[in-house]
Design a protein around this ligand. Structure first.
Ligand code: UDP
Length: 334
């Protein structure tokens, strides 16, 4: 019995992690309300359609599958939307996590890998951002992730929860075998939007701000290949499983490539790959966007031996373009 409950396992990062779990001998049991996830992305274990805000649905999933541990992705994750609709973010991300933790306790399930975010840092005072950098989020999404981190730390102390918190930088790219990839509706992320504009001459890429205090004026982000994120989750899970101590703890790690690329550099890499010029429009800054976010991922490298394998920009762009081509064919066949 090696069931791992993966909330949000039908989503982008969740589905890639399910594939990696299966490859390492676990059975990923996806718990997802399919509000943003896709049934077609659940290919490596059973799907339970349920909502983390629904205690009864959570209890039924735990009773049936008796998971050894939980990897918790399910969350609302659009920074811009969190500014205009914070209630949704506090309900889904904070209340939903509390309910999940309650049902974990009821079922004596004590191990958790939690999907957090570099948005929990806010405006960093140093770059790359070390794991012990103060966390002062600047948008409700970041606040909601930080609140859950704090809840996990308190539960670790009081109820012996054993947890790893992964603060991701910008997840990007797609499965190298083309099984799964990024499918957001609406799509707000830079790489898929830029590829779509490059492949479809009727589309325009909006660039949010070229007046930032960066080299070319556009925002700098640290893009990490989704397959590298997935491998980190499995590594953390295995580490939790080998822990024989019954004491609770919470360990946090940053997950990034440690290299920053500006929006304009990413656009140029995509134009280069697809041998085209895309139509672009320069717009105002997007609310909630810090100028620069680059990870210092040294703690997970040093402590767990994790290394990014696919997070160079060409591999990210190649796999994202391959997936975008597949998606175009799929949409045409509908
Ligand atoms: N961005 C952009 N145009 C888009 C989407 C994103 O200029 O259509 C910019 C965005 O303002 C940010 C960077 O690209 O500076 C990365 O944004 P994304 O939404 O991909 O990830 P985030 O950093 O918000 O998690």
């Amino acid at each position: 019995m090696s069931n791992i409950l993966v909330t949000g396992g039908a989503g982008y990062i969740g589905s890639h992690t399910c594939k990696a779990l299966k490859q390492q001998g676990f059975t990923p049991v996806v718990f997802d309300n399919l509000s943003t996830g896709h049934e077609a992305f659940v290919q490596w274990g059973p799907l339970v359609v349920g909502d983390i805000q629904n205690i009864t649905e959570l209890q039924a999933a735990f009773a049936r599958y008796k998971p050894l541990a939980v990897i918790h992705f399910a969350a609302s994750a659009y920074v811009g939307e969190s500014v205009t609709d914070p209630e949704k973010y506090y309900n889904n991300n904070v209340t939903g996590s509390l309910k999940l933790l309650q049902v974990m306790r009821e079922h004596a399930c004590q191990q958790l890998v939690f999907s957090s975010s570099c948005a929990s840092y806010g405006l960093p005072s140093v770059t790359p951002i070390p794991i012990d950098h103060p966390q002062n989020p600047i948008n409700p999404y970041g606040h909601s992730k930080l609140m859950v981190e704090q809840i996990i730390a308190d539960y670790a102390n009081a109820y012996a929860l054993q947890a790893t918190v992964l603060r991701y930088f910008n997840a990007a790219g797609a499965d190298l075998e083309g099984d799964i990839g990024e499918r957001h509706e609406p799509e707000t992320h830079l790489i898929p939007n830029a590829i779509n504009a490059a492949l479809d001459a009727t589309q325009t890429l909006t660039i949010y701000g070229t007046d930032y205090p960066t080299q070319d004026g556009s925002c700098i982000r640290d893009y990490i290949h989704v397959a590298d994120l997935a491998s980190a989750h499995v590594l953390c899970l295995k580490k939790l499983q080998t822990n024989n101590d019954k004491k609770g703890f919470m360990q946090a790690y940053n997950l990034g490539s440690e290299t920053g690329f500006s929006v304009l550099e990413v656009v140029a890499a995509i134009e280069n790959k697809l041998s085209t010029k895309l139509t672009r429009k320069i717009a105002d800054r997007r609310p909630g966007d810090p100028p620069q976010l680059v990870a210092d991922s040294s703690s997970i490298k040093n402590e767990l031996g994790w290394e990014a394998q696919y997070s160079d920009l060409p591999t990210i762009v190649d796999s994202a373009c391959q997936w975008a081509h597949q998606e175009l064919l799929r949409k045409k066949s509908l």
